[in-house]
Design a protein around this ligand. Structure first.
Ligand code: CA
Length: 221
């Protein structure tokens, strides 16, 4: 027994997947297509997708936002977990990557739940705030340019309701966040973001060591 988080070697990780992953065929198909993509490491782990579906269902989310779509694995996972009248605002700037996403959303029968906006996410989020949508969302996921994390987080914290949840990807950054020799811009941005959240009394906080690190911030009442 251990009272600290277990490191997962290949054997134990395979066991975890074997005993808990229930990846629907539509998600498996998207993962298979993205496997040969040169930027496949931008896709979340399948158990993380399933975990995010659990979160969406637990909080009864109906309206969600995603910042950073790539080929659409996390947005498809979230859309599948939303109720039939649920809606996901998906923000990205890449026509090329999201064309793959759109095709799979359609195949999975959830395209009607997802509104994709191709524009810098900050502009999209500011437009929603200006349109009076503060407090109207339940769940948000940030998985985009690391230098933008703090700005996305501030907008999303205004857009979600009290009790709503923001999930933030890559907050352990392959371990580089804890390596004093790592001083590149992305690592510095994630360190700064993690420091910011630790001090942020507006949210309840948990950094979950799933995938590349998934920070959960629940807006306090
Ligand atoms: Ca990511």
């Amino acid at each position: 027994m251990s009272n600290r988080t277990l490191p997962l070697d290949d054997r134990l990780y395979a066991y975890l997947l074997g005993k808990s992953l229930r990846e629907p065929a539509v998600l498996a198909a998207l993962r298979a297509e993205t496997a040969s993509h040169p930027r496949v490491n931008m896709q979340i782990a399948p158990e993380q997708g399933q975990f995010m579906q659990m979160l969406v269902r637990l909080i009864g989310a109906r309206r969600a936002i995603e910042v950073g779509v790539f080929t659409g694995y996390s947005s498809l996972a979230v859309a599948l977990a939303l109720p039939e009248d649920g809606r996901l605002l998906a923000c990205d700037i890449s026509e090329e990557y999201t064309a793959i996403a759109r095709r799979h959303w359609k195949l999975a029968g959830v395209a009607h739940k997802i509104e994709l906006v191709l524009a810098p996410a900050l502009a999209t989020l500011d437009a929603r705030l200006a349109a009076g949508e503060a407090g109207r969302y339940d769940f948000a996921f940030i998985d985009a340019d690391k230098g933008g994390y703090r700005a996305y987080y501030e907008r999303l914290l205004a857009l979600i309701r009290p009790g709503g949840l923001i999930a933030v990807d890559n907050t352990l950054w392959s371990g580089a966040v804890a390596d004093p020799d790592a001083q590149d811009a992305d690592t510095l941005a994630i360190r700064d973001f993690n420091d910011h959240l630790l001090a942020d009394q507006r949210v309840d906080l948990s950094l979950v060591p799933i995938g590349d690190g998934l920070t959960l911030a629940r807006r306090r009442n």
